[in-house]
Design a protein around this ligand. Structure first.
Ligand SMILES: [Zn+2]
Length: 375
């Protein structure tokens, strides 16, 4: 049993508590929260200078692309980024596995406790079996030809079941509005079952996606035609958001939203990956359109980021928005846990096992802060 205190506890389900104390058992479960240090004999308290918050939730990552780190410094737009990802299979499985392991270690070191991770393969399965982090695995389906929809869903089902057979949470999810045909979207909806809490889909990451749906032309249009894509992708749909009518998700996390406007937003969870957006498109979302109750944050993969660190992502949001420190921490902890259905995580509440992060230096802005997991 430990008693942990700091200048402030950011519980994220109530106001920050000055000098509050967390009582935590040997399983990491919060068993009590005291509003005042004086309630506990002081020799029992571990006091830290700084603030305490729950463990971070990385709502969007592609762990299996970790080996593509440093294959380019900066890319010139999304199409160039896709070229890098296409080279993913040119590496040995052992090399890929080592990169995944070290990426996971990096997340643990940076105070991340749970991850929404996109999977196109089972490359990350062995590491995830160790349960060092808690994962929601989104098995991503990507197929632009209607003729190949049944092959695509069959492949995704094999991967999903490989994860589920190892007691890991897995849901088949569409890659993006422009890379999944209406047929495939319906198949994804059909195979969804009671174990699927939510979906996750890349959304409005580039301006070209909007142009495709609005004007039925542009770079994505040309690119899709060169792939012999089924025209229903753009002819049957008027915008990225109408794509959701085919899936009718209970819940969905829309990822990136770099080119979303307030008119595009619905009652969904939105995940931002600012470091990756700068890396790929050199553009950030307009943060003033989002609210701090349903915005989550992710690192995306090491193929488009120099590190897997939620505090670095939050520092970038802080610099480009008016969110308060408490709102930023909700974005980094609570909202992602809610979006992924991880109800033991995300807030410092009795009965939860959220992990506890110590943040120092936040009074000078998160860009200068350090994070350390202390429980
Ligand atoms: Zn992504």
């Amino acid at each position: 049993m430990r008693f942990i205190s700091a200048d402030y506890l950011y519980t994220l389900d109530s106001k920050p508590i000055n000098n509050g104390v967390l009582q935590i058992n040997n399983f990491g479960e919060i068993t009590n929260i005291f509003k005042n240090k004086a309630e506990i004999p002081h020799q029992n308290i571990e006091f830290f200078n700084g603030i305490l918050c729950p463990g971070f939730i990385n709502t969007h990552c592609h762990l299996e692309l970790s080996h593509l780190h440093n294959t380019s410094n900066m890319v010139n737009g999304f199409s160039e980024f896709l070229e890098i990802v296409k080279k993913r299979d040119k590496y040995s499985k052992a090399f890929i596995a080592r990169a995944i392991k070290s990426a996971e270690d990096q997340m643990i070191k940076n105070g991340i406790v749970a991850v929404g991770d996109i999977c196109n393969t089972t490359d990350s399965l062995e590491i995830k079996k160790n349960k060092k982090l808690y994962y929601y695995n989104f098995i991503e389906s990507f197929e632009v030809s209607s003729k190949k929809s049944s092959d695509a869903i069959a492949k995704a089902l094999l991967i999903r079941d490989a994860f589920r057979n190892n007691n890991l949470k897995a849901t088949i999810t569409p890659h993006s509005p422009y890379s999944v045909t209406p047929d495939l979207m319906k198949l994804i909806a059909n195979v969804s079952d009671e174990f699927d809490y939510t979906f996750s889909m890349h959304n409005q990451e580039t301006e070209e996606e909007n142009i495709l749906f609005k004007k039925k032309k542009g770079k994505f249009h040309n690119w899709l035609k060169s792939l012999n894509a089924s025209a229903e992708i753009w002819t049957k749909r008027s915008s990225s958001s109408t794509v959701l009518d085919e899936l009718r998700p209970k819940r969905i996390i829309l990822v990136h939203n770099t080119y979303s406007s307030s008119a595009d937003l619905k009652d969904k969870y939105y995940c931002t990956c600012p470091c990756a957006n700068l890396f790929i498109e050199n553009k950030l979302p307009n943060y003033s359109i989002f609210n701090s109750d349903n915005l989550c944050v992710g690192t995306d993969s090491l193929a488009s980021n120099n590190q897997l660190s939620i505090i670095k992502e939050l520092a970038l949001i802080e610099k480009n928005s008016n969110f308060s420190l408490e709102e930023l921490l909700k974005i980094g902890c609570r909202n992602g846990a809610n979006a992924l259905g991880f109800n033991k995580y995300g807030t410092l509440e009795i009965g939860k096992t959220p992990g506890v992060n110590l943040i120092t230096g936040s009074e000078f802005g998160l860009a200068n802060s350090k994070v350390k997991r202390i429980a």
